[in-house]
Design a binder for this molecule. Structure first.
Ligand SMILES: [Zn+2]
Ligand SMILES: [Zn+2]
Ligand SMILES: [Zn+2]
Length: 255
């Protein structure tokens, strides 16, 4: 299987509009970060999208992706769901509703954010979604077993997703011991890390991630949901402990 990072930035994206810091003005493409999202390609070449934020359209075009079989949502914050309207070309082409897997609370928020997609009589150009309620139990869809991992993000629960020996977790600042059991000894662990030092009420920062790396012992750990405060990619990536790397938009991992 394969996971491609479509976006590795925090909610405002990088560059931040109007910011003149060295990261936001960097010419290195690795310092440009779309809002966090990933595309998993299964063994049978099925496409699983994780999150659909405001950059979804550009992410699909730039990565020459033209199809999504199912969408998994981590939570309802706008930087993870507000691109769903842009799934219309995919829905029109396939002639089928887009299956969306998420917590029931998140599904209700999708209905609030896109009521016209669920109207009894829909406008002909409206998107159409099939909501599938999941919790933290494993489920099988397409050709793939998916294990949700419940994490805490300030005061709400968020789902990370594990496929085989890789787990993708974003927007967390706490993981319970029972959910950590799903994460020991992975080949690849992906964690959100908004910045290096100052603690954040809703996101891990680098010392939290290093502690989890030592505790969970993945072979490799990649950071995502990164803000411009983290610093320049090429400098900061080299200074991370061995085994920990900054992800960047377009990075592909085989697993
Ligand atoms: Zn986010
Ligand atoms: Zn900046
Ligand atoms: Zn969030």
């Amino acid at each position: 299987m394969k996971l491609k990072f479509l976006g590795t930035g925090t909610s405002q994206g990088v560059p931040v509009i109007g910011c003149t810091c060295e990261v936001c003005t960097s010419q290195n493409p690795k310092d440009s970060r779309f809002r966090a999202s990933a595309m998993v390609t299964t063994n049978e070449n099925r496409k699983i999208l994780i999150d659909c934020g405001p950059d979804f359209r550009q992410q699909m075009l730039i990565n020459k992706e033209s199809h999504v079989d199912i969408t998994l949502l981590t939570h309802e914050h706008n930087d993870h769901v507000i691109g769903l309207d842009d799934m219309r070309p995919l829905i029109f082409k396939s002639g089928e509703n887009m299956p969306i897997y998420c917590l029931s609370r998140v599904g209700n928020e999708v209905k609030n954010r896109f009521p016209y997609a669920f109207a009894d009589v829909r406008y002909p150009g409206a998107p159409a979604f099939d909501l599938h309620e999941i919790d933290k139990e494993s489920f099988t869809v397409l050709d793939t077993e998916i294990t949700p991992v419940e994490v805490i993000h300030y005061k709400i629960s968020v789902l990370g997703y594990k496929f085989k020996n890789l787990a993708y977790i974003t927007d967390a600042n706490f993981i319970s011991d029972s959910e950590k059991e799903k994460l020991h000894g992975l080949d690849v662990l992906i964690l959100n890390c908004i910045r290096k030092f100052d603690p954040h009420p809703a996101h891990f920062v680098l010392p939290d991630v290093i502690k989890l790396f030592e505790e969970l012992k993945p072979k490799k750990l990649f950071l995502t949901h990164i803000s411009h405060h983290f610093g320049l990619h090429n400098i900061e990536d080299k200074e991370l402990p061995p085994g920990i790397h900054l992800a960047y938009d377009g990075l592909e991992i085989n697993f």
